[in-house]
Design a protein around this ligand. Structure first.
Ligand SMILES: CC(C)(COP(=O)(O)OP(=O)(O)OC[C@H]1O[C@@H](n2cnc3c(N)ncnc32)[C@H](O)[C@@H]1OP(=O)(O)O)[C@@H](O)C(=O)NCCC(=O)NCCS
Length: 183
């Protein structure tokens, strides 16, 4: 199947706020405890409206329903919803800084059908067009195989701190974006 990501808009937010927890609770269940996932939904896994405003967040639809989302960013934040952020998310310098790859979530009924790949291809192309030469992301353990399959290398394994003393094992990954990927 061929997927054609389109830019997300403000009107998509309510649907995305349902899709993201659904994706997390099913597709991350092999990797994280229920307590970890529930603590992360919202602060770690949530909509970042700044990406939608920037025109760097995409959705994929099937029969008019959103079945996946994901984006990139020319701003400093590496992960997380916008709820807890204080102030402006600072702009990066494309010549010096890596673009961010952000917030990929696929509907569990549509996993492993190339939706994540289609959005990642779109994001990398857009970041290259914006002048970025590198990309960086913080992957969940569920997301790591997707990014590894695109040539992202593990830079660091770490724990994202959350409330109630909980944390989430995550992976910081990086890639040089010199060549437009052929997927
Ligand atoms: C990570 C996620 C977005 C991947 O989306 P997807 O549409 O299922 O991925 P794709 O079908 O495009 O996969 C592309 C390639 O990535 C790799 N891949 C993706 N998911 C994988 C998995 N669960 N196990 C092994 N490899 C996987 C494979 O190489 C795959 O190619 P193949 O199916 O031809 O073998 C999806 O699993 C998800 O929403 N997870 C829950 C939310 C989350 O953790 N998001 C990541 C935030 S960093």
């Amino acid at each position: 199947m061929t997927w054609t990501p389109r830019l997300a808009c403000e009107n998509d937010i309510l649907v995305l706020e349902e899709l993201i927890p659904l994706s997390v609770r099913i597709l991350q269940a092999p990797y994280y405890s229920a307590a970890q996932m529930e603590a992360a939904i919202g602060p770690v896994f949530g909509v970042d409206r700044q990406l939608i405003r920037d025109g760097t967040y995409f959705v994929v639809e099937h029969d008019g329903k959103i079945v996946g989302c994901g984006g990139w960013s020319r701003r400093k934040t590496l992960y997380g919803g916008d709820r807890g952020r204080d102030g402006e998310d600072e702009q990066l310098d494309p010549k010096r800084d890596p673009a961010r790859i952000r917030a990929f979530f696929v509907h569990p009924a549509w996993a492993r059908r190339g939706i994540g790949r289609s959005i990642l291809v779109t994001c990398e192309r857009a970041a290259i067009e914006a002048g970025f030469e590198k990309a960086e992301l913080v992957a969940t353990l569920a997301g790591e195989p997707l990014y590894a399959s695109f040539g992202y290398a593990v830079a660091e394994r770490c724990e994202a701190p959350m409330t109630d003393g909980l944390s989430l094992p995550v992976v910081r990954m990086t890639k040089h974006l010199k060549v437009v990927p052929q997927h």
